[in-house]
Design a protein around this ligand. Structure first.
Ligand SMILES: C[S@@+](CC[C@H](N)C(=O)[O-])C[C@H]1O[C@@H](n2cnc3c(N)ncnc32)[C@H](O)[C@@H]1O
Length: 291
């Protein structure tokens, strides 16, 4: 099957050729092996369809390895040339795919890669843009795959083989998706709950006075827990969410807003660190429910 994908032109990495640094890989493999035990998985075979120089593959003895442009490697792994999008194979129960995928524009290559692999395998260990952690692409992934675990990669996890092995930073996350018999529920975007309503004031005057405003974009360690309760009209309007709290819940919601670690959520964004309305509602609900 051929799927139209495009790669980002400005990374210095043709076809998204950035490879994972060995020490990051080792930590990822250890975590993935722990997940296999924790979730009681039964892999029957391993395959890396975008192996590059075999950085990930080498931790999975016996794994079949392929790449559009296989890179010679010192690990003794035979990586065969193959365009994954032009390739089909039968569905193999228990097949475990190991994939630090090409990301492409707006994750288009990553989504296509993951869905193509989902046609053949039961387990998908993927390294994808950190934005995936925000659930924004979930509805575009094969619904029979459920994300069971994830781990953010540290900064500077990659290098560029075509640019003097220069260290390369792309906010990324490793996730494990497992096929189940039932499809996932659709991820719903939320703007209001029984506790709060979250609005974005797109440059117009505020018609109702909110209870509180929090930064939604450009979140830094310094501004992460900045809570604004007055002079709302003086804010740079588009950088904030305005929150309206349901009657009687102000004390609880304010405690939640002050104590949630917004920075760690915001930093999963690829460009400007930020959060969305669904994050605010879900996190406030979870915080209050846990107390
Ligand atoms: C982000 S790199 C990861 C490489 C390796 N897995 C690692 O972790 O170091 C993505 C890899 O996908 C390969 N690739 C891009 N498009 C592909 C395609 N259509 N079929 C197979 N491999 C592809 C690139 O050549 C590149 O090696």
């Amino acid at each position: 099957m051929s799927r139209a994908v495009s790669y980002r032109p400005n990374t210095g990495a043709k076809d998204d050729r950035y490879f994972m640094l060995p020490h990051i890989n080792e930590a990822c493999a250890t975590t993935a092996q722990e997940w296999i035990v924790e979730f009681n998985l039964n892999p029957t075979g391993y395959e890396d369809p975008c192996a590059g120089s075999g950085e990930m593959t080498r931790h999975w003895p016996g794994a079949a390895a392929y790449d559009l442009n296989p890179e010679p490697n010192q690990y003794g792994i035979e990586i065969k040339q193959r365009d994954f999008f032009k390739h089909t194979q039968p569905y193999t129960p228990g097949l475990f795919m190991i994939m630090n995928v090409p990301y492409g524009y707006g994750s288009n290559a990553a989504i296509a890669f993951v869905n193509h692999a989902a046609d053949y395998a039961d387990y998908l260990l993927v390294v994808v843009p950190a934005t995936w952690e925000r659930g924004i692409y979930d509805n575009r992934i094969n619904p029979y795959f459920h994300k069971v675990a994830s781990k953010l990669l540290p900064e500077n996890a990659f290098y560029l083989p075509d640019n003097n092995n220069k260290v390369h930073d792309v906010p990324s996350v490793m996730q494990l998706w497992v096929r189940k018999d039932t499809p996932r529920a659709k991820t719903v975007r939320r703007t209001a709950s029984d506790i709060i309503e979250v609005r974005r004031n797109k440059g117009s005057a505020l018609h109702r006075t909110p209870d509180v405003a929090i930064r939604r974009q450009g979140i830094s360690a310094k501004s992460a827990n900045e809570i604004i309760t007055k002079n709302f009209n003086e804010l740079t309007k588009d950088n904030y969410f305005y929150i309206f709290i349901k009657k009687g819940l102000k004390r609880k919601v304010m405690a939640a807003l002050r104590n949630i670690d917004w920075m760690s959520i915001a930093s999963t964004n690829m460009t400007v660190p930020g959060i969305n309305k669904t994050h605010v509602i879900n996190l406030v609900e979870q915080y209050i429910a846990a107390r």
